[in-house]
Design a protein around this ligand. Sequence first.
Ligand code: SF4
Length: 239
Amino acid sequence: MNYVLQDVYEKEQNFYAGFGSFCHKLLESILKGYMDFEEAISYYQNNFYTDIDCFDISDSIKENYFYLGLDYFANADFDWLNAYEVLGIEKKCVFTFEGKKFIGYIDLLIREKSTQNIIIIDHKSSEYPLSSKGKVLAKEKSSFESYKKQLYLYSEAIYQEHGSYPTKLCWNYFKTQKWLSIPFVHKEFEAAKKWALGVISMIYNERDFLPAENWFYCNHLCSYRNSCDYKLMGGDDDN
Ligand code: SF4
């Protein structure tokens, strides 16, 4: 629906996506030098309730997110970036795998001045996925695997533009003010590529396109949750 029928069905926000986009835009403005942190904090306070256009959550969640974001911008510091060359901010990358075209946006792409190592960074408003022992939490496993695949796929764009793969994939979990980075592993890159090509071939071979059945997603997150024919017919009632 999102890509094929976007002109037919009305698309809507959810609070979590709205919060993520709001903070992403502020980070983009800071990193591009359009705002300093003081201006960003003031913008955050003045526009949180107007720029995010969906508040279908409880007052306590709203307040909690407001202060988590505010704390992040009040404590954030990008001075360490002086050791890096910024190769792109919200950088659009178009690349191909076996003739199949992919498009993505890299939040922040940097190259270390001393080593020339390239690092891909993704800002995330979701929960930090590691336990205190450094293991991926069971409930975060599936989304973290998707985030990894996404950055591995973007690595191909880096290779096609710069002639080398990144050395690290990083996530800025800004809501919890934590960073996570993993080394680039070629075997994992190949696995992500195989997965993506497999999904494309599955889509081409699919005839029925049965709806996804996930109660929380269908009722709270999906951009078409109030216009989806399947849901309006009660298709997700059993979940
Ligand atoms: S509401 Fe559920 S079934 Fe309908 S488009 Fe969204 S995810 Fe798919």
